[in-house]
Write a protein that binds this ligand. Structure first.
Ligand code: NAI
Length: 345
């Protein structure tokens, strides 16, 4: 039996993981706590840990896991910015779920965008109170507008297709443009200058942290709508707030927030909000925030559970090779050309 310490466990996780795990010789021990230096001890006696986006898998945590004999960090997410993969190299193997439903995230991005620009959230509140006034609800057509997509991987490309379905002109920026995709790639500067809507679909790395900052916002069109379903750290939230206050940014649709780790996924309704910046953003009439919810569809949860269980089984059985291993061997995890015929180390 493979023992797995499952951190940041929610009811919806347990339901799907029980379905795929228990029959497959994998035993999950569920912990509500997030993985960090204070909680790593819970992993003692486990063969693997299973973590999500706000677990903090730092070098110190990795050293402890290594000391406890934990062999594998199984991410239930595609993004891995919360894992120090360099520190893990040579000590603990890391696997992730490269795609569980890119449609879930791309569709959520469009749901946020439409909600925002057609003021659906406001209309919903009004009609519940029998207020049928249309005053202040004027939106704009997406048809004919330009959307700038940053990051044209699995999610970005689906978002591109959705936008094309709305009759939008799509321009894109990617550090590694997709060949023969028919996508019009432009420089970041041109994308900022031309776009009515900007949607972020690239990973959070050292080079993309605060990609949207004061300087970037200065280059954008007045009234631009910014959509972020990727990672909070891509946006300098203070610069975003200033852009909104100065009426430069028309609206912001955020599923992620840089300092979300201790806030998102939890019911904080009875608490005083200590994060002034988040409180101020939420108070803005043209900001919509969801709580890192873009992935949350039945299809995605089932795919996450199935792939994670298969990742764990591949690692602990047979030749131990897992196609979804993240490898730091050549130092460029994004472009690693490691042959999938062997383990990373
Ligand atoms: P992907 O790996 O298929 O695509 C990422 C794209 O970003 C690639 O085309 C890559 O070349 C590009 N890229 C890398 N560095 C870049 C840079 N410096 N500038 C511009 N582009 C760059 O990833 P996928 O599956 O499309 O996911 C994208 C992101 O969405 C993930 O990194 C994750 O942070 C986020 N995500 C959010 C979820 C949510 O629930 N809100 C759920 C799943 C993913």
């Amino acid at each position: 039996m493979i023992k797995v310490a499952f951190y940041d466990a929610k009811e919806y996780d347990k339901a799907s993981f029980e379905r795929y795990g228990q029959t497959q010789d994998v035993q999950f021990r569920y912990f509500e706590a997030k993985l960090n230096e204070d909680t790593v001890e819970l992993a003692k006696g486990s063969d693997a840990v299973c973590v999500f986006v706000n677990d903090s898998v730092s070098a110190a945590v990795i050293d402890k896991l290594y000391e406890y004999g934990v062999k594998l960090i199984a991410l239930r997410s595609a993004g891995y910015n919360n894992v120090d993969v360099q520190a893990a190299f040579g000590k603990v193997h890391v696997v992730h779920v490269p795609a569980y439903s890119p449609y879930a995230v791309a569709e959520h991005a469009m749901a946020l965008l439409l909600t925002s620009i057609r003021r659906i959230h406001k209309a919903y509140n009004r009609t519940r109170e029998f207020n049928f006034s249309l005053s202040g609800l004027t939106g704009f057509d997406l048809h004919g507008k330009t959307v700038g997509v940053i990051g044209t991987g699995k999610i970005g490309r689906i978002f591109v297709d959705i936008c094309r379905g709305f009759g939008m002109r799509v321009v894109a920026y990617d550090a590694y443009p997709a060949k023969d995709s028919g996508i019009e790639y432009v420089s970041l500067e041109d994308l900022f200058r031309e776009s009515d809507v900007i949607s972020l679909h690239c990973p959070l790395t050292d080079s993309t942290r605060h990609l949207i900052d004061e300087d970037a916002i200065r280059q954008m069109k007045k009234g631009v709508v910014i959509v972020n379903t990727s990672r909070g750290g891509l946006i300098d939230a203070e610069a975003l707030l200033n852009g909104i206050k100065e009426r430069k940014i028309g609206a912001a649709c955020l599923d992620v927030y840089e300092e979300e780790a201790d806030i998102f996924f939890e019911d904080r309704s009875g608490h005083i909000m200590n994060d002034e910046l988040l409180a101020r953003l939420i108070s803005m009439p043209n900001v919509i925030i969801t709580s890192h919810q873009a992935f949350l569809t039945k299809e995605a949860l089932d795919n996450i559970a199935e792939t994670t269980v298969n990742n764990i089984l591949s690692y602990f059985s047979g030749d131990g090779i897992c196609d979804n291993e993240l490898c730091y061997r050549c130092g460029n995890i994004e472009r690693c050309k490691k042959e999938r015929k062997e383990r990373c180390f």
